[in-house]
Design a protein around this ligand. Structure first.
Ligand code: PEP
Ligand code: MN
Length: 330
């Protein structure tokens, strides 16, 4: 249950009694108790301004609590959710590989009117023998691109050892699919106000996915976007299966902006453009597409990255699709 509590109430006692998280708003506290609580104790009634019983631990993220999609403001001119109808493009390579490579992509972003550059520095690879990312050096290169081109930078965190490093350097923190359950990361991201893109674990249910977001929200960071990036099914011809049914569920039931990543779902560049158009047609808030100056030599996810020509053709086709569902590409 979510409770709005008077400022004069004994907050610590209430938190203790209900095992609740507390967030301070201007005129009241928001207390979030386990959803199994359905009624407030008689003795506390006088402190409660409003109560919202919830049917599961999807609480702060639920449209039953706040109907309107939460707004995330990346800069004065870059906002998703809220009263906007924006679908924000994020692109860049899977990994930062060298200064030359990331500079080429950053310059390309500016030419394409893309305002957010993605690239991983700490890569969650499935083999220890493959490229693991440039780590801190990669973050420095990304920061350089931000300064040189005025782009926002999103990069992923894969475990709690470098979460502070990523938080310091990135404008937007991407929590990788394999890190969705990492509570060290979730808690660290809950204590800041920077926007978080939380990727869905490929073996996670929607309930588990949104509950991971609740770890961040309940700590006080409301700037969370959910990213569907494909789940594992019995199918082996594609890398994962993009769960568009799940996206429909999230749109209907949660108030968090939704970003779709067709690149990781598909695993092959040939399918990315069609899938991206399907994503835009779902009326979502953002896209995350992998683009590389020369995908054939990419050090990670080579098969799924678009080259500049492919990205540009795709981008040109999106305005009309967005317009047809009442949205605007930014
Ligand atoms: C990525 O964005 O490059 C990535 C590794 O994604 P995911 O965490 O979804 O696998
Ligand atoms: Mn990748």
């Amino acid at each position: 249950m979510i409770l709005h509590v008077q400022k004069k109430a004994n907050l610590a006692a209430l938190q203790d009694f209900y095992r609740a998280y507390a967030i301070e708003e201007k005129d009241y506290y928001v207390l979030i108790t386990p959803s199994s609580l359905k009624e407030v104790d008689e003795s506390h009634q006088a402190d409660i301004i409003a109560s919202f019983p919830m049917d599961s631990d999807i609480q702060l993220a639920s449209r039953k609590y706040t109907y309107t999609t939460r707004e995330i403001k990346f800069s004065d001119t870059l906002t998703i959710g809220g009263s906007t109808n924006h679908t924000m493009m994020i692109t860049g390579p899977c990994s930062v590989e060298s200064e030359e490579q990331i500079d080429q992509v950053a310059k390309f972003c500016v030419e394409q009117g893309v305002q957010v550059l993605r690239a991983g520095c700490y890569k969650p690879r499935t083999s220890p023998y493959t490229f693991q990312g440039l780590g801190h050096k990669g973050l420095i290169l990304l920061a350089k691109m931000r300064d040189k081109y005025g782009l926002k930078i999103i990069t992923e965190v894969k475990d709690a050892t470098h979460v502070e490093d990523v938080i310091e350097f990135a404008d937007i923190i991407q929590i990788g699919a394999k890190a969705m359950y990492d509570h060290g990361i979730l808690r660290a991201c809950s204590k800041i106000q920077k926007p978080i893109v939380l990727k869905r674990g490929f073996g996670s249910t929607l309930q588990e996915f949104v509950q991971s977001a609740e770890f961040i929200l309940s700590g006080g960071n409301m700037n969370v976007a959910l990213c569907e990036r494909g789940i594992r099914t019995y199918e082996t011809k594609t890398r994962f299966t993009l769960d568009l049914c799940g996206v429909a569920y999230l749109k209907e039931h949660t108030n968090l902006p939704i970003i779709l990543d067709p690149s990781h779902a598909m695993g092959y560049a040939y399918g990315v453009a069609d899938l991206t158009r399907a994503c835009v047609a779902m009326g979502i808030d953002g896209l995350l597409i992998e683009t590389h100056p020369d995908p054939s030599v990419a050090k990670s996810d080579a098969s799924q990255q678009l080259n500049f020509e492919q990205f540009s053709a795709l981008k040109n086709s999106l305005d009309k699709v967005a317009e047809s569902v009442g949205r605007k590409m930014i």
